[in-house]
Design a protein around this ligand. Structure first.
Ligand SMILES: Nc1nc2c(ncn2[C@@H]2O[C@H](COP(=O)(O)OP(=O)(O)OP(=O)(O)O)[C@@H](O)[C@H]2O)c(=O)[nH]1
Ligand SMILES: [Mg+2]
Length: 368
């Protein structure tokens, strides 16, 4: 039932972020100058206007708990839950307790941003890995699919058909952690089915969508965009606009190979550090945004090097101190700095990773 879909334009809600429109407090969400209310057509709040035209974001007063309260409602609905996951930040975008949160409703997992991963990574291998990881985390989806905003319409058709099959006439809630691409995904649907261009506000800041945004399907059921769940430890929360340009891949990442001797160090901008402590001389493969500069130095002088160059040569750098994690690698392993990228270690090695306090490190069997 994907023909004839339409935005449900509720009175006085911003069509871009879902916030309730108000004209009195410029510092709060939904603010719109009274003069704009007279305009015909779709209504966007001032924050959305600035995001859409100048890519400038204003903070909102909404807290993590406010968002959670909005989302908790979903467990009481009879619906299909579509959980969008950023496959470049898989661990960081898992919702702990998703089953409880879904309240017995079926869950379809959409792995988004597939365009960022190297083409050498086969789709089936990735899907199988995702399924295993989901199972290990107690998540039992009815299906797992991959997509990206760069895919052509056919890919979306297949997903829409599957959603249609699974929803059995019910509403569809698109949920996920902030910044995984929920609104971008829904905009793709609006474009493909309703020929509506870029209706919902999207941005590379976390926390763009502020309230439920509802779309009516032909049979009267709803497709709903929801505000993202805030994971405080997501690296995007530590970064500003300039930094995000360097760290969020916008296209396929090209791995960079580094042949290192033991006691050599790589700096991933000023955000993280990789020490090769012990092992045979070998190549390490760095999978990060192509824009992120990687610097090699001697382990012995690395602390000083960091102090001297953080924020300068080593950019971006962030406030939280870098915390050291040590590992002994025995088999080909991806050492993932959640949300930033990973280093593939192919042979035995003793290593240390430094990452901003709170940012998780995940080890996984090498994907590529
Ligand atoms: N490379 C790539 N980037 C994507 C894709 N989908 C979304 N993005 C980018 O990811 C960022 C977040 O997208 P949104 O659609 O605003 O994410 P969201 O999940 O709605 O975020 P919140 O509303 O904050 O919860 C934007 O910079 C998008 O351009 C994709 O398939 N590939
Ligand atoms: Mg959104």
């Amino acid at each position: 039932m994907w023909y004839n879909i339409a935005m449900i334009e509720e009175d006085l809600k911003c069509i871009g972020c879902g916030a309730t429109i108000q004209t009195t407090d410029e510092g709060k969400s939904g603010y719109t100058p009274a003069s704009s209310l007279k305009n015909e057509g779709e209504l966007y709040c001032k924050r959305c206007f600035r995001l859409r035209h100048y890519n400038e974001v204003a903070d909102t007063e909404l807290s993590e708990d406010d968002f959670l309260a909005m989302l908790n409602e979903i467990s009481t609905k009879d619906a299909l839950i579509v959980n969008v996951i950023d496959i470049f930040d898989f661990s960081g975008s898992l919702i702990t307790g998703l089953q409880r949160f879904a309240g017995g409703n079926p869950v379809l997992i959409i792995g988004n941003k597939a365009d960022i991963l190297p083409k050498s990574l086969k789709k089936n291998k990735l899907l199988n890995w995702m399924k295993r990881e989901l199972a290990d985390n107690g998540i039992k989806p009815v299906d797992v699919m991959l997509t990206s905003q760069r895919e052509k319409g056919d890919d979306l058709e297949v997903i829409l058909d599957r959603i249609e099959e699974l929803r059995e006439g019910r509403d569809v809630y698109v949920v996920g952690v902030t910044n995984v691409g929920k609104s971008t995904f829904i905009n793709r649907i609006l474009k493909q089915v309703g020929d509506m261009e870029n209706v919902i506000t999207t941005s590379h800041y976390a926390g763009t969508t502020l309230n439920m945004i509802e779309i009516e399907l032909s049979d009267g059921a709803k497709l709903v965009d929801t505000p993202g769940i805030i994971h405080k430890n997501q690296i995007v929360h530590l970064l500003d606009k300039k930094d995000l340009k360097l760290t969020s891949p916008s296209k396929e990442i090209k791995p960079k190979a580094f042949q290192l001797n033991p006691e050599q160090t790589l700096f991933l901008g000023g955000l993280a550090r990789f020490d090769f402590i012990k092992g045979e001389r070998q190549s390490f493969y760095a999978y990060f945004a192509n824009e992120l500069d990687i610097h090699r130095t001697k382990l012995a002088g690395a602390d000083e090097f960091y102090e001297k160059h953080k924020g300068g040569l080593l950019k971006p750098a962030v406030e939280p101190e870098l915390v050291r994690h040590t590992y002994t690698i025995k088999e080909p392993t991806d050492v993932v700095i959640n949300g930033l990228g990973w280093i593939a270690v192919k042979h035995e090695a003793q290593i240390a990773i430094y990452a901003p306090k709170g940012v998780g490190i995940t080890l996984r069997k090498a994907l590529i």
